[in-house]
Design a protein around this ligand. Structure first.
Ligand code: SAM
Length: 269
C-alpha cells in the first residue's frame, strides 16, 4: 500500500463534523437520496463518515452499507443511528475498512463516494486501488457516483500559504460549545498536486474554557480529464458529468463540482 490516507485525522473533530455550517448546508443530500431510491439498492457509501448522507438514504427505505476508515467517524454515525427507528437502523450496515482495500463479499446496485473522500488518496496507486475495489463491488448494471472539487486555477495560484482564511459563521453544538472554524494551507506541492491543510476549530465551552482543535490532512486535487482517465483505467465509462448536485452541466459554472456518474465498461480493452 503506497501513500498515506488520512482517515485518523477526523478523530479530534468527529463530533463537530455534522454541525459545521458548510457541511450542514451542503446541497448534495437530495441528489444522493434520489440516486439511491432510483437504484433500488443495495447501496455502498465509501467514506460514509458520520452518516450525513447515509442516514437520509436509509430513512428513504434503501438498504445501505457504509464503509469508513475512521473509528471515530463511524462511532458518531452509530450514535446518530441510535436515535433512528429500528426499521431505519435495520437497513444500515457499517464497516470499518480502508477504501483502498476492502472485500465485503457482495455487490451493490449503487456505489457512492460523496463529499470528496477520494481526494484523501495521494498517489495514483492508491486511487486505482480504490477504484478497482469499487469496480469489484459494483453489480454489472450498477452505477458509481463520485464527486471531487474542480480545482480552481485562480484559487491554486492565489492560495495564501501559511495564513488563516475562511470567514464562516460561528456554530453551536447541542451540548453548548460555540465554535468558529478557520482554514490554513500549510504547504503546497504543485508537482504532486497535494495541498497540506489545517482546519482550525476555536471552541468556547459552556463554562468559558477555550480550546483550539486542529484537523490536519493532505488533499490531492484532480482535474477533470485526469479523473476520466483514472476511471477508464479502472474499467468504468462516464455516463454523466455534472457541475453540481442540481445536475447542471459541466462547464455551466466555474469552478463548480465534478460529479461523475459512471458505469462498468462492458467492453474494456
Ligand atoms: C469529508 S468526509 C465525507 C464523509 C461523508 N461521505 C459525507 O458526505 O459527509 C471524508 C471521509 O473519508 C474517510 N476516509 C478518508 N480516507 C479514507 C480511507 N483511506 N479509507 C476509508 N475512509 C477514508 C474519512 O474518515 C472521512 O469520514
Amino acid at each position: 500500500m503506497t501513500g498515506t490516507a488520512s482517515f485518523d485525522d477526523y478523530a479530534s473533530i468527529a463530533d463537530l463534523y455534522d454541525h459545521v455550517t458548510p457541511y450542514r448546508d451542503r446541497p448534495d443530500i437530495a441528489f444522493f437520496v434520489e440516486a439511491a431510491v432510483e437504484s433500488g439498492g443495495p447501496v455502498l457509501e465509501v467514506g460514509c463518515g458520520t452518516g450525513r448522507v447515509l442516514i437520509p438514504i436509509a430513512r428513504a427505505g434503501v438498504d445501505i452499507a457504509g464503509l469508513d476508515g475512521s473509528p471515530h467517524m463511524l462511532a458518531e454515525c452509530r450514535q446518530q443511528l441510535d436515535n433512528e427507528p429500528d426499521v431505519v437502523r435495520s437497513r444500515v450496515h457499517l464497516v470499518q475498512s480502508d477504501m483502498r482495500q476492502f472485500d465485503l463479499a457482495r455487490q451493490f446496485a449503487l456505489i457512492t463516494i460523496p463529499f470528496r473522500p477520494f481526494q484523501h488518496l495521494l498517489t495514483v496507486g492508491d486511487q486505482l486501488a480504490c477504484l478497482e475495489a469499487i469496480h469489484r463491488h459494483l453489480a454489472d448494471e450498477g452505477t458509481f457516483v463520485l464527486d471531487i472539487f474542480n480545482p480552481s486555477l485562480d484559487f491554486l495560484v492565489k492560495l495564501p500559504v501559511g495564513e488563516e482564511f475562511g470567514e464562516e459563521p460561528e456554530f453551536t453544538t447541542p451540548d453548548g460549545r460555540r465554535v468558529i472554524r478557520r482554514q490554513k494551507t500549510v504547504a503546497q506541492d504543485r508537482f504532486a498536486q497535494i495541498n497540506d491543510h489545517e482546519l482550525l476549530y476555536y471552541v468556547t465551552h459552556p463554562d468559558g474554557r477555550k480550546e483550539r482543535l486542529v484537523q490536519s490532512f493532505r488533499l490531492r486535487y484532480v482535474f477533470r480529464f485526469e479523473m476520466e482517465h483514472l476511471l477508464a483505467r479502472a474499467g468504468f465509462v462516464v455516463e454523466h458529468l455534472y457541475a453540481g448536485y442540481d445536475r447542471s452541466a459541466y462547464g455551466s459554472t466555474y469552478p463548480g463540482e465534478l460529479v461523475f456518474v459512471a458505469r462498468k465498461n462492458p467492453s474494456p480493452r
